[in-house]
Design a protein around this ligand. Structure first.
Ligand code: AVJ
Length: 340
């Protein structure tokens, strides 16, 4: 089901040359989705709600943590292989980034690829626009077409974004790990349609490894990951006016070797009731969510793959693996895929 109203409007940003497409999820749909997730026997919240402005900043802080290796390893791989990546592409390229955040990693590709247009896509509107503007200052030759979208839902990009240029999808950071393998296949099928004929895709994958290393990356000593996890409740408080008290929850992150995934949870430290309602919505949209001590909200999955299991997955979605680069410890891999 598509929870998001399709507003295919295009507006001009304050900065000249920045085109902007706004399809940000609206509060009523967020309310419906939050109530649905918290009404399940095992409570869940979609991981996309981490990323308001505060959450996007906290995520940037995570990427700097000593325990959080994925960003560092991926940046090294991009530094090492960007020339090769550029050679795999045609001259006229549109570069589409899924979940662009601060648009930092893209800087490692821009000079080599020199795309005709860069399309950063992100759910966090203010962060998206600020990042796009700062990018345009540093790369004055670059056309940017920012899109505020929830890429976990089918995206219908505006007509003026459909060009005959070759497209490179960029999905770094192992963000694809937030989907289950089945959801990832559905997502990749959709991406393949967007990328069209000659479409290519560069995806970052966190590889399966020792449980201690994985769990340390999500339980950092400084508590930044915990703050990031709590922020999902604070974001929901800000958007929906709910009163989740983060003092009554605990951060928990564990690796399931059976499911090949890190699970993040917020565990209730007491019996409590949180009322969720929307002043603008019908009464039926109001609900008391009860928590027992020890009961958790499952806030994120982060699936880890082997090179083989990820290859099998993309092949099932109509891509072929052209290149796979990884570091010497095999902590993280970058896959270059081609639509077939
Ligand atoms: C958004 C999937 C890249 O799972 O590593 C970092 C988010 N969550 N620490 C990840 C995250 C907690 C991250 N990705």
């Amino acid at each position: 089901m598509n929870l998001y109203s399709r507003k295919t409007l295009t507006t001009e940003s304050s900065r000249k040359g920045l085109r902007f497409f706004d399809d940000q999820p609206v509060a009523e749909n967020i309310l419906t989705e939050v109530i649905a997730g918290l009404s399940q026997p095992n409570k869940i919240l979609p991981a996309k709600y981490f990323y308001d402005e505060q959450g996007s900043k906290l995520f940037e802080a995570i990427t700097q943590l000593p325990e959080y290796y994925p960003t560092r390893v991926e940046i090294n791989l991009l530094r090492e292989h960007h020339e090769t990546i550029a050679k795999l592409l045609k001259d006229d390229v549109w570069l589409l980034e899924y979940g662009s955040g601060a648009s930092l990693k893209i800087r490692l590709l821009l000079q080599a690829i020199r795309p005709n247009c860069y399309v950063p896509m992100d759910i966090s509107k203010d962060f998206l626009l600020a990042s796009a503007e700062s990018l345009m200052e540093d790369y004055p030759w670059l056309n940017v077409y920012a899109a505020c979208v929830d890429y976990s839902q089918p995206i219908s990009l505006p007509a003026d974004m459909i060009t005959s240029a070759q497209k490179l999808g960029f999905f770094p950071g192992s963000s694809i790990g937030n989907f289950s393998p089945q959801e990832a296949q559905i997502f990749l099928h959709g991406v393949r349609k967007t990328l069209g004929k000659d479409g290519t895709m560069l995806v970052g994958i966190d590889l399966q490894k020792d449980k201690q290393i994985l769990e340390a990356a999500y339980n950092d000593c400084q508590g930044v990951t915990a703050a990031f996890n709590f922020n999902i409740l604070q974001n929901i408080n800000r958007v929906l006016g709910t009163q989740f008290n983060i003092d009554y929850f605990e951060h928990k992150a564990i690796y399931s070797e059976e499911k090949n995934r890190i699970e993040m949870h917020l565990v209730s430290t007491m019996d409590q009731i949180v009322k969720i309602s929307d002043v603008n919505a019908a009464d039926s949209e109001s609900k008391n969510i009860t928590f027992q001590t020890g009961e958790s909200i499952h806030t994120e999955n982060s699936y880890k793959y082997s090179k083989q299991s990820f290859t099998d997955l993309v092949e099932g979605a109509g891509f072929e693996v052209q290149e796979c680069w990884s570091d010497d410890k095999d902590y993280f891999a970058m896959f270059f895929l081609r639509c077939c």
